[in-house]
Design a protein around this ligand. Sequence first.
Ligand code: 5GP
Ligand code: MN
Length: 337
Amino acid sequence: MIFDLTNFELTNNVVICAHVNPDGDAIGSSLALKHYLERKGKQATIIVPNIFPDFLKWMPGADSILIYTNKKQQEQAKAAIEGAELVIVCDLNQPNRLGYMEQDIMASKAPRILIDHHLDPNPDFCQLTFSEPEMSATGEVICHLLSKAGELDDISHDEAVCLYTAMMCDTGAFSFNSNRPIIYEYISRLMARGIDKDQIYRNVFYTASEGRLRLQGFLLYVNMKVLHDRHTSIMTLTNEERRRFKVKNGDTEGFVNIPLTMLGMRLSIFINEDTEHPGTMKLSLRSIGDFPCDQMASRFFGGGGHKNASGGKLHCSMPEAIEKVKAAIDFYAEMLK
Ligand code: 5GP
Ligand code: MN
């Protein structure tokens, strides 16, 4: 299937949506598609379920993204969904990952296209599915589709910036999930569109607030527990601690990866109390090598994701969550030896 939205000749109004707690890949892929569609003369509106981190706000077009849970924007978001002739769902594999906007998106009569790289895509919720789980990012899936359509070398500077950012964010600046040589072919073709990849790196990674840096120090010094015999670390953060360090949601982005920089570590689990739903614990899992975070997340934490990066939730107190996490780690003791 060639990726050419001009196939949808009568389609003018497109809604692009992405997953709850949108990350760099979700925002970058959505924006790249928006710029692409607008270049083709279409109207495209991006709607995400909730806020996205400040370190993505520099991206071209980011200020046009509608936040569904923002009271001032919800009416506009609902109107866009109602008027949509096509919905593109980005960077998620299950409708429930649309969070608060799941119902509205699923109720829309417009055909849906899924563009994603998560394992086990739900085959039923979109009419057309481009799912490439071996790819590093939804941004890479879009590069692949544009390349197949013979369009990758003609994209705009803004499209290239957004695609590069998407891939860079989902691979930890090309430090994991990034061994497929074609990724570097895509990067070289994006660079030919004039992107400054060093500047993009600084835009995303050199933006810490003082609170974030101090919180990082506190979490590593005080809250990180290392289970040496399991090659695993557990780190926790409560809303009370978040307030103490005056940090916002996105300020903890990437923390879960830090314990994996310890020699011999295989698994890192970050238990983060949900800011919007106190009493709900959001879990982030990251592994190195073969350990299947997605299996652990779906078996124990009602979640899922990728082999090396997954997430889930627990509805309990922090001490209870820690016990549940320890039980899950014990279940996989053999694999974590
Ligand atoms: P993060 O730790 O950054 O929140 O999530 C990492 C990855 O895990 C996401 O890209 C997503 O694939 C997956 N993930 C996170 N939370 C959930 C969840 O509640 N359910 C499912 N199915 N996947 C999740
Ligand atoms: Mn992604």
